[in-house]
Design a protein around this ligand. Structure first.
Ligand code: NAD
Length: 497
């Protein structure tokens, strides 16, 4: 079994001590050992970043952008290799892995605009002979802590932008599928990034706590589950750090009686079961307005769920792979047991699925519940698996109230042909990302990504314009060059025009 190294100061570093296994979820076998960074290892990454920062902060933004242009090219050239690594450790299909990489590359493209992004704002003659401007300056060392479900895309939401803004970055990826994340960081160094500007350290709570506690780390970007997001936000802000912490989700799709049902069903199949439901924007609740819509939806979904092609993610032409770990599979299965016990109607049961040739893999078939009610755990909690719950309501207003009352507010969508209903939904729904006939409204890289309520802790969303603000601090400079031979008298009143 190979050992996955850290990447610190441009060097691959192995560490003895605490370690965990990384599994191939399709076979159920441990394939790598992953060292868990000690506090001393984190300090090495911090020291490397500290040494690299002065030169990097003074590197012209256009030169920083040139690294990103080369990085984009390398990512595209290595798409097959990266997708294979993602699929081997996460379990998602190769096509899905390639899709997440493409969405990640969008963020590299956005970062290529560094000279434009960092132009600042300028006002001439704000007073006699006085000019003023606002600079966007880097924070220094910033860190990112990322989840297992998008090992390529979510880190790419963070560091390309942080780095072109002049910061040094320390990434602590998920310990469950770190190989693609590491390879991508190596490609960034190959693209010409000076060593020390970006390090990757593997680890668990010890590593994360060391980053939170280090006074040199000025900001933390986190994406993961809500309890950890809340913890990192509280601990980071307590220490005066800037923190954006994106958490869990329970995303509802509203189906109106006038919706194009066939299109809605196709959209829901991908949004609920794609990537085995392990997406923070996965649709896990279908809210049907009227029994007729619900009956028709369930009738159309059942044969399609039963026909899902499920197997090892690295095989071609599949709809769904396994869940990421045996523990994740058992947890999701437990939710299905719980839903049955609570009285929901289990219309399709994916428990006990065995895939020929991969009997030890962490597979679970697609599950569908009907007649789910808001007090059930399967409705309230994030399941993070291939389980779709149908909730029946009588009106759009009731559907919106349900969504607004939920503790999470990451994504949502409405299927309708009624512009008035769609407009009301967009205006009044308390969710950060909204789709109209679009099931997974993940914003493109030049709009920012973020949920509301307990799906995000912090003021600024991820990437795009909010990302620029997060990774820079403003400096407002006011400058006067008196005209030759003029002398201005002292002024004791507060300066004004
Ligand atoms: P997780 O919270 O278990 O782990 C996320 C990161 O936090 C990992 O790097 C992990 O090592 C670290 N971590 C775990 N326990 C920790 C602890 N006690 N102290 C400090 N750090 C700790 O999440 P996950 O299972 O990897 O990912 C799935 C979750 O992420 C889901 O809840 C999903 O909704 C969420 N997610 C949210 C978004 C979003 O944009 N809102 C995007 C992707 C995933």
């Amino acid at each position: 079994m190979s050992v996955i190294p850290h990447l610190i100061n441009g060097e691959l570093v192995t560490e003895t001590g605490r370690a965990v296994d990384v599994f191939n979820p399709s076979t159920g076998q441990a394939i790598h050992k992953l060292p868990l960074a000690s506090q001393a290892t984190i300090q090495k990454a911090i020291d490397a970043a500290k040494a690299a920062f002065p030169a990097w902060r003074n590197t012209p933004p256009a030169k920083r952008a040139q690294v990103m242009f080369r990085f984009k090219q390398l990512l595209e050239q290595n798409e097959a290799r990266i997708s294979q690594l993602i699929s081997e450790e996460h379990g998602k299909t190769l096509e899905d892995a390639a899709g997440e990489l493409k969405r990640g590359i969008e963020n590299v493209e956005f970062a290529c605009a560094a000279p434009e992004i960092l132009k600042g704002e300028y006002s001439r003659n704000v007073g006699p002979n006085i000019d003023a401007w606002s600079d966007f300056q880097p924070l220094g060392i910033v860190a990112g802590i990322t989840p297992f479900n998008f090992p390529a895309m979510v880190p790419l939401w963070m560091y390309p932008l942080a780095i072109v803004c002049g910061n040094c970055f320390i990434l602590k990826p998920s310990e469950r599928d770190p190989s693609s994340t590491l390879l991508i960081a190596q490609l960034l160094l190959e693209a010409g990034l000076p060593k020390g500007v970006m390090s990757v350290v593997h680890g668990d709570k010890t590593a994360v706590d060391a980053l939170i506690e280090a006074p040199e780390v000025k900001a933390l970007s986190f994406v993961g589950s809500t309890p950890i997001a809340e913890y990192i936000y509280a601990e980071g802000t307590k220490r005066g750090k800037r923190v954006q912490a994106l958490g869990g989700a329970k995303n509802h799709a509203v189906l109106m009686p006038d919706a194009d049902l066939d299109n809605a069903v196709s959209a829901l199949m991908g949004a609920a079961y794609g990537s085995c439901g392990e997406r923070c924007m996965a649709i896990s609740v279908a809210v049907c307005v009227g029994d007729q819509v619900a009956d028709a939806l369930v009738a159309k979904l059942v044969p399609q769920i039963k026909a899902l092609k499920i197997g090892a993610g690295t095989s071609c032409g599949l709809d769904m792979g396994p869940l990421v770990t045996g523990q994740a599979r058992d947890k999701v299965s437990g939710y299905v047991d719980d839903g049955v016990a609570a009285g929901a109607t289990l219309v399709v049961d994916g428990r006990g699925l065995s895939v020929t040739g991969h009997e030890e893999g962490f597979f679970l078939g697609g599950c569908l519940f009907d007649n789910v009610t808001p007090e059930m755990r399967i409705y309230k909690e994030e399941i993070f698996g291939p389980v779709l719950c149908v909730v029946r309501v009588n009106s759009l207003e009731e559907a919106m109230q349900l969504i607004n009352d939920h503790e999470y507010g990451n994504g949502t969508c409405i299927f309708t042909r009624d512009g008035e209903a769609a407009r009301l939904f967009c205006d009044e729904i308390e969710v950060g990302m909204v789709g109209v006939n679009v099931p997974l409204p993940v914003p493109v890289a030049y709009h920012s990504f973020g949920g509301w309520k307990r799906s995000l802790f912090g003021d600024l969303h991820a990437y795009g314009p909010d990302g620029v603000r997060f990774y820079t601090r403003r400096k407002a400079i006011t400058q006067r060059w008196p005209q030759r031979a003029s002398h201005e008298a002292s002024q004791f009143a507060f300066p004004s025009l």
